[in-house]
Design a protein. Structure first.
Length: 486
């Protein structure tokens, strides 16, 4: 057991994400594993050792054991958990459900239920596995103020690695050492940038509310939001339900897609952004009052992994809210993008160039988390904004690309050499209320374990959602030389 409880301060986006206890900020990672050669014994063995593997993973990452403190911008790390705790706290529940069933609807419903941050750990795992089935679906739910896209991937990999080790070595398996409890990524990132931080925080203190009000009040969504969407006020009291949509790619196409991106000198992330922009255009032609193909404009927000922006990297893989945000200015300027003359890869290359510049601009990226840290948190009153954010929307779309799955995709279990393979991974972030720079009418998340996967949340009218989802799946294949308007 841990000798004492440690505290960690909540900063930046962490304050915003935890500002309203009754509003869910739950995110989900959905991983499908199956026994090789229709081997159901591999799944049986995995489930046998899974409770101990889950306990070890919670004990490895201190933020997985965090409880928010009432009346403070802080969380307290709880002592290590035991295997009985895993059951008592429902950190793991195995359900007798077909892994190929309606899991998308289950994820959508579960993400609507908020964590009790004062009494409930910010992570838990649900597993679907029907009797005798050769596959199991892992659904890891986490509270965004202590998690992000990569955090869930790290946790799932650790659980599977621990399960494999326990299966092979039994009680002789060495428990992993607990990683260091680091400060918020806000501190790790900005503390070394003394001038940037000092100037930025003073500027935000003077003009942050004015800039936010100006940008928000002047924003008009490209696609019409649902009429039942509520406006956002501070303190946040609204919950706009979202619709989850998931799609699978093709393992045969994945290498070709990545090779094509390399050949065209465009990163995979930039290609995803270009595909998303073009999908929005084709949808807006039908569902928007005015779209100019020669000057196409939209507001696109991008999640940035701040782990890569820490000047003195830490040894451990950070689990927590470690993302920031930026935007693609070329899509938002008065000139916009001329889709009548541009081909797909032209747009992708232009976005890549701008993305590199935007994601290395610490001063620009720091403005939003500084504003959250100073103004949008649990102690904020109605005077912080002084107006309602229409439909709780601040941009047209937000994109988070997890990239390629960075860990082993196969695990050997036990002495019988049974093997488990990872088949797919989806990441879903419903963000049902305002989220600065990323809360949007729709937001695709793409990732790849063995192939490309897409998840999206929709806050649009159903006909508009269906059409946008169609065009996203058309263009996210990234296998085209076509002009953007065909």
């Amino acid at each position: 057991m841990a000798a004492s409880k440690s505290r960690v301060a909540l900063r930046g986006y962490e304050r915003m994400a935890s500002m309203t206890p009754a509003i869910s900020r739950k995110v989900a990672h959905v991983l499908l594993v199956h026994g090789r050669d229709e081997d159901s014994d591999a799944v049986d063995e995995l489930l046998r050792v899974l409770p101990a593997a889950v306990a070890r993973t919670f004990n490895k990452h201190p933020r997985m054991r965090a409880l928010q403190l009432r009346g403070e911008f802080a969380a307290e790390i709880q002592p290590h958990v035991t295997v009985p705790d895993v059951d008592a706290k429902q950190l793991l529940v195995v359900l007798d459900q077909d892994a190929g069933g309606e899991w998308g609807e289950y994820v959508e419903r579960e993400c609507e239920v908020p964590f009790d941050r004062f009494q409930q750990f910010p992570f838990f795992l649900r597993v679907w596995r029907g009797s005798g089935a050769t596959e199991a679906r892992f659904m890891l739910f986490s509270d965004h103020y202590m998690s992000d896209g990569l955090s869930g991937v790290i946790v799932l990999n650790d659980i599977l690695q621990e399960a494999a080790e326990l299966s092979r070595s039994g009680e002789n398996a060495v428990a992993p050492a607990e990683v260091t409890l680091h400060p918020s990524v806000y501190e790790l990132w900005l503390n070394p940038l003394r001038i940037t931080r000092a100037v930025g925080e003073h500027l935000v203190w003077l003009l942050g509310r004015w800039f936010f009000k100006r940008d928000t009040e002047s924003f008009t969504p490209l696609l019409p939001p649902r009429s039942d969407q509520k406006h956002m006020t501070v303190p946040v009291t609204i919950y706009n339900r979202t619709r989850a949509m998931f799609a699978d790619g093709s393992s045969e196409k994945a290498p070709r897609i990545l090779a094509k991106c390399k050949k065209e000198r465009a990163s995979y992330g930039a290609a995803v952004m270009a595909a998303t922009a073009i999908a929005y255009y084709h949808t807006a032609v039908i569902h928007s009052a005015k779209v100019d193909p020669e000057h196409f404009r939209m507001a696109m927000s991008i999640d940035v992994n701040l782990r890569t922006r820490i000047s003195t990297p830490v040894d451990e893989e950070l689990v927590g809210y470690c993302v920031g945000g930026t935007s693609i200015a070329m899509l938002a300027t008065s000139d916009g993008v001329d889709l009548t003359r541009s081909k797909f890869w032209d747009v992708a290359r232009s976005i890549r160039t701008e993305l590199v510049a935007a994601t290395t601009n610490d001063f620009k990226m720091a403005m939003s988390p500084m504003f959250m840290d100073q103004s949008l948190h649990a102690e904020a009153g109605p005077d912080v904004l002084g107006f309602d954010v229409p439909f709780a929307i601040t941009s047209d779309t937000g994109i988070s690309s997890l990239g390629r799955y960075p860990y082993a995709k196969s695990f050997s279990l036990g002495k019988s050499a049974s093997t488990l393979d990872i088949e797919s991974l989806h990441f879903y972030n419903p963000c049902p209320c305002w989220h600065p720079g990323v809360v949007c009418t729709s937001a695709p998340w793409t990732n790849s374990a063995t192939d490309s996967r897409t998840s999206t949340r929709m806050l649009l009218l159903r006909p508009c959602s269906v059409l946008l989802w169609h065009w996203l799946n058309v263009w996210l294949t990234l296998e085209t030389k076509r002009p953007c308007l065909t």
